[in-house]
Design a protein around this ligand. Structure first.
Ligand SMILES: [Cu+2]
Length: 661
């Protein structure tokens, strides 16, 4: 049967399944579920659950098992809640080779690993639209680095990580003409000019700093998801692909012609050797590398000009293809590192490949041919076996560390548990509805915590109170402690959740920063105490060195600003007390407010367009007299003779001041 026919059947199945579900939405939760997710007030959750925000461009952090939202971390999108991307310090984080791009579509997250286990140091995130990878520091929960990826179109196959955080990858979803060339949109042009790249991003083991070590240039096809090998397969990376047909239009039909696409297996250790030996080609390009320095709270951008490329047509024996049925999505490696599970979006079975068989097939040259010069391993030679009739539309598989796999099925809306060795289906539970990714805490590592599986769903229909045409996005938590999976909890999420990660709270909690030490604040415009506050004019630029402490701003009266001035409010929060941020907003500022952590300095830029008196105030409820934490700025017409002056806590000694008439 062609994949196209199966697509039509699947679409029919979607309609059928959903109309059936609509009638049976009762809770499907047994009596003790509530007690299993109840975290009493004042008690902590057991896990941090980091969930990608999809088109919100943010990461949301939930506690598990409660599902309580703990924090939203802005990564690729501006966030008015805390000024990310609006304040002067973080604007450089969103700079790219195509200018300031304050939005992206973020799909996957990867926690840093040591010896194949989550170590709690960093969290990496991908940007799908303008290809980028970000690093979040888990001491401060701030985005501290954003690296743009050249020669990429849709950084979907990203940011998957190796067992000692040697590399994360950025694999392109769209094949594109590399070096940003223009090319005709025809089949001939596609085959000749369009390529796919995988960027191998090295991570500095001490600082976490990212660097593109090399790019592997592949024939034009769409890379979907990926996993690094582990244990015996450490040193390899596996990528699922679709559109090996190389269609450039109507992909739904044209990319579904072949019965099988490929899993791309890349021996990255060998690629690394080639790169070290100077075997690659350096290509001129341009991409941004943005870093936030947490000592001066300020981000800077560097422009990188070169990337090293490796071509598997010229450098042999480091890239192989394994046939995988029907447009695979997931490509997941089990905790032992021996099994690689392919998930064809339109397949009615799950193929499981064995690493030992793959290496043997390579040694025996058990190839069925080649694809643009890259050897294609015989399907049967790489195959451990197939899970028969597991469900419809397998997408993604995670593991419990006890020999079981859990696969999400989009079309049949369910999670299916099966045994990796004998490939027998053990259990299935429905999801509400149309699950995409799923996640077992630690389920992508050598030592899963197991205990739960979380479904990240695409549609919620009647699960929640209606909120107009757009309903909440959602996740569902299931217990996997026993033989049977048990639904425990629904919880709404921000944006469209894709992949997520969860880590034991103990690995993060103790290291969490409480304040920034004011004594080592190296911000260019810091005020080390109220006595050092000042207002400085240079031409039409005015720098206000301001402090915030409960419950006043210094200075809180400023005069001598003129229309058209560029006013920079550099506000230093003098508090050294956990959980005491101050905010700062100015009336009519075309910007978000600042939210300044204790010991930190942040800058708000304000350009007044009209004369008048502009109130400013603290936006974060900081004390009983928080409402009194306010002040005024007088803006005079351009060329006015009003002198620049500022103060806090002085009132005019004149008995009466004539009002302006
Ligand atoms: Cu305040």
């Amino acid at each position: 049967m062609t994949k196209y026919l199966l697509t039509l059947m699947s679409l029919g199945a979607i309609v059928g399944f959903q109309s059936c579900k609509m009638k049976t939405t009762e809770a499907a939760v047994s009596g003790d579920a509530a007690s299993k997710v109840y975290v009493a007030p004042g008690k902590y959750d057991e896990f941090y659950n980091f969930v990608s925000g999809g088109f919100s461009g943010q990461v949301s952090v939930y506690g598990l098992p409660s599902g309580r939202l703990l924090k939203v971390i802005p990564v690729f999108s501006q966030n008015p809640e805390n000024g990310y991307g609006f304040n002067e310090e973080t604007k450089p984080m969103l700079q790219t080779s195509h200018g300031f791009i304050p939005w992206d579509d973020e799909h996957h997250l990867a926690l840093s690993q040591t010896n194949g286990e989550h170590d709690g140091r960093w969290l990496f995130a991908n940007a799908n639209n303008t290809p980028r990878v970000a690093r979040i520091d888990l001491k401060t929960f701030k985005t501290v680095e954003v690296l743009e990826l050249p020669n990429s179109g849709g950084n979907h196959s990203s940011p998957f990580i190796t067992e000692n955080s040697e590399y994360i990858v950025g694999g392109t979803r769209f094949s594109v003409p590399i070096a940003d060339q223009e090319a005709a949109l025809t089949q001939a042009s596609f085959k000749a000019n369009f390529k796919s790249t995988v960027s191998f991003i090295a991570i500095d083991p001490t600082t976490g700093r990212m660097k593109i070590d090399f790019q592997v240039v592949l024939p034009g096809m769409d890379l979907d998801l990926s996993r690094a090998g582990k244990g015996p397969s450490h040193g390899w990376f596996f990528f699922s692909t679709y559109n090996t047909e190389q269609a450039n239009t109507l992909l739904e039909v044209n990319a579904s012609q072949k019965d099988k696409d490929y899993i791309v297996a890349i021996n990255w250790k060998k690629a690394q050797e080639y790169a070290r030996a100077g075997k690659g080609k350096k290509m001129a390009t341009e991409y941004y590398h943005n870093t936030l320095n947490e000592e001066n709270h300020t981000a800077t951008s560097e422009v990188e000009k070169e990337v090293l490329t490796l071509d598997p047509n010229e450098l042999k024996d480091f890239v192989y293809l394994i046939p995988c049925p029907k447009s695979p999505h997931g490509c997941d490696v089990d905790p032992t590192g021996e099994y690689i599970i392919g998930s064809g979006k339109l397949a009615a079975l799950i193929p499981v490949f064995a690493y030992q068989k793959i290496t043997k097939a390579i040694a025996d040259k058990a190839f069925e041919g080649d694809y643009y010069g890259i050897p294609v391993i015989k399907y049967e030679a790489a195959l451990h076996g197939e899970v028969q009739k597991p469900g419809l539309g397998p997408l993604h598989t995670e593991f419990d560390g006890k020999g079981n796999a859990y696969t999400s099925f989009f079309v049949s809306s369910e999670i299916v548990k099966w045994n990796i060795k004998d490939l027998k289906v053990l259990d299935r539970v429905p999801t509400y509805y149309s699950i995409g990714h799923l996640m077992v805490p630690g389920g992508d590592t050598k030592k899963p915590y197991g205990k739960y599986v979380v479904a990240y769903n695409k549609i919620t229909k009647d699960r929640y109170l209606p909120t107009g045409p757009e309903l909440t996005q959602s996740a569902q938590l299931y217990s996997i402690d026993g033989d049977k999976m048990q639904l425990l909890l629904d919880y709404p999420t921000i944006g469209e959740p894709h992949y997520a990660q969860a880590i034991a709270a103990d690995k993060i909690k103790a290291q969490s920063a409480k304040i920034y030490d004011i004594n080592v604040n190296k911000h260019q415009y810091v005020s080390m105490g109220e006595k050092t506050t000042k207002v400085v004019r240079a031409g039409n630029r005015v720098d206000v060195y301001m402090t915030a402490i409960r419950s006043h701003l210094t200075p809180d009266n400023i005069e001598g600003i003129q229309v058209g001035d560029e006013v920079y409010f550099h506000v230093t929060n003098l508090e050294q007390d956990w959980d005491i941020p101050h905010g700062f907003a100015v009336k009519h500022a075309a910007n978000a407010e600042l939210l300044i952590m204790p010991g930190e300095t942040n800058t708000l830029k304000f350009v007044p367009t009209k004369a008048g008196v502009y109130p400013f105030y603290c936006t974060d409820f900081c004390s009983a007299l928080h409402q009194e934490m306010q002040g005024y700025m007088r803006v005079s017409p351009k060329g006015s003779s009003v002198p620049l002056k500022w103060h806090t806590g002085k009132t005019d000694s004149a008995a009466a001041v004539a009002a302006v008439r």
